[in-house]
Design a protein around this ligand. Structure first.
Ligand code: XIL
Length: 328
């Protein structure tokens, strides 16, 4: 069977997954699967601020460097994820910004991480999950960044990222955009407004990352037309779209495995039917390659109880894998 990266490559597209440095170090079979399947790898944790700079001024690049050199060695790109994220801001930085909204604190971080990976990284999630409904008219999430700098923090982060990575593509990455619930409709609408405003003001933004964390329990609210419209609207702004973190939360351990796998694949197929019909989409990325290391919650904490990634725990392709490969 043709590897996913080759299948994607024939369509002029990419296939990516999130990995951890520890997995690459410790698991040779996993390393081989990643080498074979992926055109891009995303550090699951290792580029996040709290990970890179747990204490102010003490940057530890060891793990991120390992992922970067693995990517370089195996002819892959490393997707830069994620520079500003409310959940991964270094605690000392959140505190410092709370006391004194000094942009040089943010700029110093961007300046130390972005150029370091300039060779292997040509795409960055500059701001992750900036939206949260229910707080403000503009839908922006009340994060330490918003509190310190106001809505303009997004443009400033993009400008700095552009300065430090003149040729990279810069993304805003967001979740909760996939289904036909009021809160997701509102989020799509307000995110479009944000993107439109950024484009109008000349901010250096190249695209939107759609996390696409699908859920079997929400599939009754999947509306392909509304989703297609959203992809169109983003594309019309001249932006590209990465499907950045595709996976499927299912966790109904009572059903036969074959039935669960079929449902997961069906959700993915329906999503990618819409996504791949749009020329703005060039990458499909999953938040993990295999159930062996799934970040998805498992019922009763049993490892592998969610079968929401392309390969099973034995690294064998599941129907989800084929749904993706057929979508290219
Ligand atoms: C997650 C990791 O997978 C977890 O291991 C970690 O504890 C928290 O972050 N959206 C994102 C990713 O953009 O960065 C998140 O990754 C998953 C949701």
């Amino acid at each position: 069977e043709e590897a996913m990266k080759d299948r994607a490559g024939r369509a002029g597209m990419l296939f990516g997954v999130a990995v951890r440095a520890s997995q690459l170090r410790e698991d040779a079979d996993f390393r081989a699967a990643i080498t074979r399947e992926c055109s891009v790898i995303t550090p699951e944790l290792e580029l996040k601020w709290a990970w890179l700079e747990p204490q102010r001024g003490q940057l530890s690049f060891t793990d991120a460097d390992q992922i970067a050199s693995f990517a370089a060695r195996t002819g892959k790109a490393m997707h830069g994820h994620a520079l500003l994220w409310h959940l991964s801001i270094a605690p000392w930085a959140a505190e410092a910004l709370g006391d004194n909204p000094d942009w040089t604190i943010v700029r110093r971080f961007l300046a130390s991480v972005i150029p370091r990976y300039g060779e292997v990284t040509n795409t960055w999630d500059v701001v992750n999950e900036p939206m949260e409904m229910g707080h403000r008219m503009d839908g922006l999430r009340p994060s330490p960044y918003l509190a310190a700098f106001g809505p303009d923090y997004i443009r400033r982060a993009l400008e700095d990222a552009r300065l430090f990575a003149p040729r990279a593509k810069l993304f805003i990455n967001e979740f909760g955009l996939d289904y036909d619930f009021q809160v997701e409709r509102d989020k799509r609408y307000l995110l479009l407004k944000l993107l439109e405003g950024l484009k109008k003001s000349g901010a250096p933004i190249d695209g939107l990352g759609m996390q696409a964390h699908l859920e079997i329990a929400k599939q009754a609210h999947f509306d392909p037309r509304a989703l297609a419209q959203f992809f169109d609207d983003v594309g019309s702004l001249g932006l590209e779209v990465r499907i950045s973190e595709l996976d499927v939360k299912e966790a109904d351990g009572t059903l036969p495995t074959a039935e669960r796998d079929a449902r997961v694949a069906d959700a993915v197929r329906r999503y990618l039917d819409v996504a791949m019909a749009n020329r703005a989409v060039g990458t499909i990325g999953c938040w993990g390659l295999t159930d062996r290391y799934s970040w998805l919650e498992s019922p009763g904490g049993k490892a592998g109880a969610n079968r929401g990634l392309p390969l099973d725990s034995a690294l064998h392709p599941k129907p989800m894998y084929h749904a993706i490969s057929e979508a290219y």
